[in-house]
Ligand binder design. Structure first.
Ligand code: DGY
Length: 430
């Protein structure tokens, strides 16, 4: 299994970065790259470091890091650079074409993972020293531009920024919009079963938000004033907080940098406090998303609801409640953990992308989080389920969580030979 995982990563490696999946995702994606680097760190440290270095080279002059870096031309992906037009932003990268949206900021904690995995700590630290200020600058960008209420939580302005692209959570936002019926040619649905991908109408919404951002040349200020989609996402903010803490640890190892450490501690404390006061839903006993445009919580339980445990956000009591929610709603004997959306809810759709399937990267975060809080049985189950799914169905992009479907020859969903599934299973097996 480990060999197969390594083979996939090497096959998806291009000159200086790794594609998530052949044809379906033919460029470099931000959070994919981070998870991929963790996998490479176990057997090819130069590639792990190069992956992060390439990603950070695409950073904009304002600290922003885009969610896709279009290193090459490709006719198998829509929407490409000519649709996104990130160059409209005056501080976009002169070196790379990219999108004008970002993705969960994993690079901070990925640097710490690289350090922990490295055998040669001095060499790893030297590499980290060469990159860490770029990651800090990225966090500064978030807190200065996307924390509109100055409360320690940042917003995302597009569902693709969340990483959980078509989660039912966004349905509530779509209800407040009425985009035109755009004419465009999807490429994903000629590569993967359309029933496992977002719908045409959902894509209309996705494109419409980009059109609004383009109209304002991707100005953060204008987006905050005009976008119909402004959401505080528990997953995104937990990843940011976890990365803050990793930067603190790494700056301490490097010595000096007390101002940055103090600033990071300030952001972290404030972020944890507001995540707990504003994004926790007492009735669901889970963290939820907050719609800033309509000033309300979006009340659904999803795999994102548990990610604050990865960043040490909940108190011990609240962590126990989160475990209860996971076991009650997601953890029935008939399911593999952890469905991306509440399997007891009528919107649960077991094969459609982020509307139900299990994703290995979320499982990896939840495994680490519950383990850190001392919930070793639950952590072990999440790890075991992840490995078993890949054993039974292959290194796919995502997986139906219903065990009854795995009795005969079965495949996972979405793209095959998917890089982060390979990278993170490799990490779990080490
Ligand atoms: C896609 O094309 O589905 C990607 O997830 C967007 O980032």
């Amino acid at each position: 299994m480990k060999n197969k995982a390594k083979e996939i990563l090497l096959k998806n490696w291009r000159d200086g970065f790794t594609i998530p999946c052949d044809k379906l995702y033919p460029f470099q994606w931000l959070w994919d790259s981070g998870f991929i680097a963790i996998g490479f760190a176990h057997f090819d440290m130069p590639k792990a470091q190069k992956e992060i270095e390439t990603l950070l080279n695409a950073q904009w002059e304002n600290g922003f890091i885009p969610h896709i870096v279009f290193h090459t031309e490709s006719d198998t992906y829509f929407p490409g650079p000519e649709f996104h037009r990130a160059d409209l932003h005056p501080q976009s990268s002169a070196k790379y074409s990219s999108t004008g949206m970002t993705q969960p900021p994993v690079t901070g904690f990925v640097l710490e993972e690289i350090y922990n995995i490295a055998k040669n700590k001095a060499e790893a630290l030297k590499f980290i020293e060469s990159q860490i200020d770029k990651v800090y600058f990225n966090h500064e960008y978030f807190y200065n531009n996307r924390d509109v209420n100055n409360e320690g939580l940042v917003y995302i302005y597009h569902n693709w920024e969340s990483g959980t692209d078509n989660s039912p959570i966004w349905d509530d936002v779509w209800k407040t919009m009425n985009p035109p019926d755009y004419k465009f040619e999807r490429r994903d649905t000629s590569l993967v079963d359309a029933a496992e991908r977002p719908s045409k109408r959902e894509y209309d919404h996705y494109l419409h938000i980009i059109e609004i951002a383009k109209k304002y040349n991707y100005s953060d200020e204008k987006i905050a004033e005009n976008s119909p989609f402004l959401v505080q996402d528990p997953l995104f903010n937990s990843v940011l907080i976890k990365s803050n803490e990793s930067l603190i640890t790494l700056y301490q190892l490097l010595g000096g940098n007390q101002d940055k450490i103090d600033q990071l501690k300030h952001w972290t404390k404030k972020g944890k406090s507001t995540l707990n006061s504003k994004l926790y839903n007492e009735a669901l006993k889970a963290y939820v998303h907050y719609d800033l445009v309509n000033d309300r919580q979006i009340e659904y339980a999803s795999s994102s609801s548990f990610t604050p445990i990865f960043a040490g956000v909940p108190s011990k009591e609240r962590a126990a409640d989160l475990m209860g929610t996971m076991l009650d709603k997601f953890g029935g004997e008939e399911f593999y953990l952890c469905a991306s959306f509440d399997p007891t809810h009528k919107k649960f759709d077991p094969k459609r992308y982020w509307r139900g399937p299990v994703w290995i990267n979320l499982n990896w975060m939840l495994y680490k989080g519950f383990k850190n809080y001392g919930y070793s049985d639950l952590a072990k189950r999440i790890k075991k389920d992840s490995i078993e799914l890949v054993e039974k169905a292959g290194f796919f992009e995502y997986f139906d969580c219903r065990k009854e479907n795995y009795n005969n020859e079965v495949e996972g969903c979405g793209g095959a030979n998917f890089s982060w599934s390979a990278a993170l299973i490799l990490d779990l097996l080490n």
